[in-house]
Design a protein. Structure first.
Length: 137
């Protein structure tokens, strides 16, 4: 049981930094801005990803997405394509991306913790047709 403890609120980044040591060079270097070859290989075998978005008024949302390994396609160093599966039709992620195109994909340490990119919503005919066929079966 904690007795006689005094608490203080940390309200600035500077105050927080005084409580913690500086991050290691490796911890700082693990954030990347583009999808590299290592990430491409990991994405190709991943059956699951979490899509982090933020609404226009600053509410965070994380949506689980899954499928067979390879369901997420790397288009280039900044763009991914993933199918829109039938769901609850709330469209939270899409609405958030329209309002705020920054997204986060935190699949784990192998992908160096996270990839932060900005993306518009884009339909790609080849993927739309494939997704429509998948929905029929």
């Amino acid at each position: 049981m904690m007795r006689d403890c005094q608490s203080t609120f940390i309200e600035t980044a500077e105050a927080l930094r005084r409580v913690y040591e500086l991050p290691s060079k490796g911890a700082v270097a693990k954030e990347i801005e583009r999808i590299d070859a290592h990430c491409q290989r990991f994405i190709a075998i991943s059956p699951f990803v979490c899509l982090g978005t933020m609404s226009a008024d600053g509410r965070a949302d994380v949506s689980p997405r899954g499928g067979e390994p390879g369901f997420v396609h790397v288009l280039d160093g900044m763009r991914l394509a993933m199918p829109d599966r039938p769901g609850n039709n709330r469209l939270d992620s899409f609405i958030n991306i329209i309002a705020n195109p920054s997204v986060g994909l935190p699949p784990g340490q192998i992908l160096r913790d996270h990839l932060a990119i900005e993306t518009p919503i884009e339909t790609i005919d080849a993927f739309v047709e494939k997704d429509a066929r998948e929905r029929l079966y």
